[in-house]
Design a protein around this ligand. Structure first.
Ligand code: PEP
Length: 243
């Protein structure tokens, strides 16, 4: 089902104390007009599930392994994520694909396992600059989506279009590109929320959110500062006419 979502990807930032105080601030300022998801590092999930108890804020993890349990040193299972209050899990983030070598089949296994265990996957897709220059952006994104979501019940799935060349650069994709890619993705996954990610800031959130097929944002570095994150949510709601 299409709904408005703004999600924070904290990546590998903060200590426990910092994470707790940022989470407490977010809990003070966020209401329930837009679904707000905070995805901290694994080790903060349990504590943050207490902070977000009795608030509308949802908790998400940044990754998981597809197996339920076993001899997989260093990995985290979907059962563990559920047990510490996660409702969502980011899967296939470009940093997982490019730094840690995850491929479309790995990500498909994770998506299937997440859903089997009652977690909602936020599936990240997006082309590299070389692929875009090669005119392969749509082929890449289509392959990532079709493979990851093969045979999957889409009811809890969220897709995030995150062009790799716009992540962490301070410069988002231009509006035409975002519009074109979101419309293309909408043709593949009709009723699924499609988030845009890649250098979303308070200054550009309004114009990005005006694009019809942008149902929300996945925000990286700008989500680490609560005032900025809140402004992004406000700008998103202003553009969508949410009161
Ligand atoms: C991300 O890593 O998902 C992301 C969108 O990062 P940033 O907002 O920092 O570009």
């Amino acid at each position: 089902m299409r709904k408005n979502i703004v999600a924070a990807n904290w990546k590998m930032y903060f200590s426990m104390g910092e994470a707790q105080s940022v989470a407490e601030r977010i809990a003070e300022v966020v209401d329930n007009k837009t679904e707000v998801i905070v995805c901290p590092p694994f080790v903060f999930l349990d504590r943050l599930s207490e902070v977000f108890l009795d608030t509308p804020i949802k908790l998400g993890a940044q990754n998981m392994y597809f197996e339920e349990k076993g001899a997989f040193t260093g990995e985290i299972s979907p059962v563990m994520l559920k047990s510490v209050g996660s409702e969502y899990v980011i899967l296939g983030h470009s940093e997982r694909r490019h730094i840690f070598g995850e491929d479309d089949i790995d990500i498909h296994k994770k998506v299937v396992s997440a859903i089997e265990h009652g977690l909602k996957p936020i599936l990240c897709v997006g082309e590299t600059l070389a692929q875009r220059k090669d005119d392969k952006a749509k082929d890449v994104v289509e392959r990532q989506i079709i493979t990851a979501l093969d045979g999957v019940d889409l009811s809890g799935v969220v897709v995030a279009y995150e062009p790799v060349w716009a992540i962490g650069t301070g410069v988002p994709a231009d509006l035409n590109t975002v519009s074109e890619m979101h419309t293309f993705i909408r043709g593949l996954v009709e009723d699924v929320p499609i988030l845009y990610g890649g250098s979303v800031k308070d200054k550009n959130a309004y114009e990005l959110a005006q694009i019809n097929d942008v149902d929300g944002f996945l925000v990286g570095s700008a989500s680490l500062d609560t005032d900025t994150f809140k402004k992004i949510i406000d700008e998103f709601e202003r553009a969508k006419g949410v009161n």
